[in-house]
Design a protein. Structure first.
Length: 174
C-alpha cells in the first residue's frame, strides 16, 4: 500500500541488500532479496496504488485520490479486481467534476470488471442508467435499469432504479 515513490525506494533497498549479500557471499539471503524485489515489481504493475487511492476515496478526498490514480501509468496492466475499482473511482471523480462523458466511459469499463459484489455492480449500472437518462436515451436507460434490478439487493438501490425507470418511461421513444 505504497505510492510510486515508496515502491521505488523499497525496490532500491532490496537491490542494495541483494548486492551487499552477494558481496559477503550470502547467496541465500541475496536470493530472498531478489524474490522480494520481484514481488514488489509485480505488485507495482498489478496492484499499483489502488488500495491507497481507495482509502482516500472512502474518506472523500477526491483531489488526493485523483493524484494517486494519476500514478497508474497503464491501467490495462492492473489485475482484474483492481481495474474495476480504478475505473469506478475515476468515474466517480469525473461525475463529481461534472465531466459526464468521461464518467460514462469509466463506468462502462468498470461494469466489465469485478467489483466488491453484485450490489456494487448494480450501483455502476444505476450510474450508467442515470447518465443515459441525462442524454434522454430511453432504450439504454431501461436496459441498464433492467440489469441493475437483477443485481440489486438493497431496498435503496431498488428504489433508485424504480425512480429512474419511471422517468425513463415518461421520455419519448427514440
Amino acid at each position: 500500500m505504497y505510492n510510486v515513490k515508496g515502491r521505488y525506494a523499497l525496490m532500491a533497498v532490496f537491490v542494495i541488500s541483494a548486492l551487499v549479500c552477494l558481496f559477503y557471499m550470502q547467496y541465500q539471503l541475496a536470493a530472498i532479496s531478489a524474490l522480494m524485489l520481484a514481488f514488489v515489481i509485480w505488485s507495482h504493475f498489478k496492484n499499483s496504488s489502488i488500495l491507497l487511492a481507495s482509502k482516500t476515496f472512502k474518506d472523500g478526498d477526491y483531489e488526493k485520490t485523483s493524484r494517486i490514480l494519476a500514478e497508474v501509468a497503464n491501467p490495462d496492466r492492473l489485475a482484474r479486481n483492481r481495474r474495476g475499482y480504478y475505473e469506478f473511482m475515476m468515474a466517480n471523480i469525473a461525475l463529481k467534476n461534472e465531466d459526464f462523458e468521461k464518467a460514462e466511459y469509466h463506468f462502462q469499463i468498470a461494469s466489465r470488471f469485478p467489483l466488491g459484489g453484485q450490489s456494487d455492480k448494480s450501483y455502476v449500472l444505476i450510474h450508467l442508467a442515470n447518465l443515459a437518462l441525462r442524454k434522454n436515451d430511453k432504450v439504454r436507460t431501461l436496459a441498464y435499469t433492467a440489469r441493475a434490478m437483477e443485481l440489486a439487493h438493497t431496498e435503496r438501490a431498488k428504489e433508485i432504479i424504480n425512480k429512474i425507470e419511471k422517468e425513463a418511461n415518461s421520455l419519448p421513444t427514440n
